[in-house]
Design a protein around this ligand. Structure first.
Ligand SMILES: *Cc1c(COP(=O)(O)O)cnc(C)c1O
Length: 415
């Protein structure tokens, strides 16, 4: 059951009315449900059992309290930067359950990750492999590695979030993987432990994952023939969620399909889910500032904008819009929900049938992933606050930015 439900015409998150949160903390605001995050994480963890680990992809939602919650449930973490590493450590994540992905890791990032003892680097190029080997050698340690292999399968998702095709910048070409593995195995400061892929995001079918898995299994056999033993297989993240009636496989069903294919294999499994853990656990609250009905379009100008949630502008993403209060005394019309930013691309939703008045409050649903984390200060707007709800209790887990926060790092020059 969703953590967001109407009770007597009012939209609730767990046992709190979203209107009460808007009264207490203002709008716009991101609101997350602790129960919803926990439920999705545990669906993965319980289906996988002792067969491997779930490394939450921090970039989907990196609020410290969200990471703290997941760490307390036993999650590992998939990071893509030094900043994400430090967040995970601050939030209580175990270094031994951290894996480091990303195409552009710097030597400084590698050094810090080796210093704290992360579990594995997902290496994305032959050039990166050499740098990691020399950083580890300098430190007198051995770095555990997987190669991120590009299996060249079509994830059938939006081009900007499809990452497993030959033309994408990610990973090592399937044809070159064997040679790069042999090079890795020859370097004393590296320990080959895994094979990794991540083919895209918001996948709504299991078949591309299973195709990718088949290709990785072929590679694992080729490696075994060369005496390179693979301990774990990392299938990345990418499982989709229901934004607009999509029907992705249930988390447990997906994990079980993969487990079935691996039934007689010794490798353990890693998943790196981001979106499927947090997307539907969060909403963005916003309030209507002005209504501007017109011949071509009816515009509802709200206090949230593309700087707060860029997904609709960037990916043409569709997110459901729900009123915090049903049964408003207003005529139903078709509205475009737009923000105050000076860009035509500044919209949160288009052509939605809603009853609106000035001051109406709305929830942009499914905002828990790639929402706040992609927000910016464009138009000198402070980033909004984040609230984590647990039953009847609300925790302000990030304060709304003030003007002083926005200009903190800037300096006037002396004349
Ligand atoms: C973004 C990313 C993920 C998470 O993807 P989701 O679609 O949010 O599950 C996992 N692994 C890597 C390497 C990523 O870049």
């Amino acid at each position: 059951m969703s953590a967001f439900q109407y009770r007597n015409g009012e939209l609730y998150v767990e046992d709190l009315a979203l209107n009460t949160l808007a009264d207490n903390y203002g709008t716009p605001a991101y609101v997350y449900s602790k129960a919803a995050i926990s439920e999705s994480y545990l669906a993965y963890a319980q289906a996988l059992g002792e067969r491997g680990k779930i490394c939450y992809a921090v970039k989907a939602n990196s609020n410290l309290a969200v990471l703290q919650l997941l760490a307390s449930l036993g999650a590992g973490f998939d990071i893509v930067s030094l900043g994400e590493l430090e967040r995970v450590l601050l939030a209580g994540g175990e270094p031994g359950k951290i894996i480091f992905s990303g195409v552009g890791k710097t030597a400084a990032e590698m050094r810090r990750a080796l210093e704290v003892g992360i579990a594995c680097f997902n290496v994305e190029s032959a050039a990166e492999l050499e740098v990691l080997a020399s950083v580890a050698a300098d430190m007198g340690v051995q770095a555990s590695i997987s190669l991120r292999v590009n299996p060249d399968v079509d994830a059938q998702t939006h081009p900007y979030i499809s990452t497993g095709l030959k033309e994408n910048k990610f990973g090592i070409e399937f044809q070159s993987a064997l040679a790069v593995y042999e090079r890795a195995a020859s370097l004393a400061s590296l320990k080959v432990v895994g094979v990794d892929c991540h083919i895209g995001s918001q996948l709504t079918k299991a078949s591309p994952f299973l195709d990718a898995l088949d290709r990785l299994l072929v590679l694992i056999d080729q490696l075994a023939a060369k005496g390179i033993v693979i301990e774990h297989l990392d299938l990345g993240g990418g499982l989709g969620v229901d934004y607009q009636g999509e029907q992705p496989p249930a988390i447990a069903d997906y994990v079980n399909m993969v487990l079935q294919k691996l039934a007689d294999r010794p490798q353990s499994l890693i998943f790196e889910p981001g979106r499927s853990i947090v997307a539907n656990a969060g909403v963005l609250l916003t309030e209507v500032i002005y209504l501007k009905p017109a011949e071509a379009h009816n515009f509802a100008i709200v206090d949230a904008a593309m700087n707060d949630n860029i997904r609709p502008s960037l990916y043409q993403a569709w997110q459901k819009v729900l009123p915090l209060q049903e049964n408003i005394e207003a005529e139903e019309r078709v509205w475009d929900i737009v923000g105050p930013i000076c860009e035509t691309g500044d919209f949160l939703a288009k052509k939605r049938e809603l009853k609106l008045q000035t001051g109406s409050r709305l929830a942009l649903m499914s905002s828990g992933a790639y929402g706040f984390v992609m927000s910016s200060n464009y138009n000198s707007r402070g980033r909004v606050c984040e609230i984590l709800v647990d039953g009847e209790q609300a925790h302000l887990v990030r304060e709304r930015e003030t003007f002083a926060d926005v200009i903190r790092a800037e300096k006037l020059i002396k004349n």
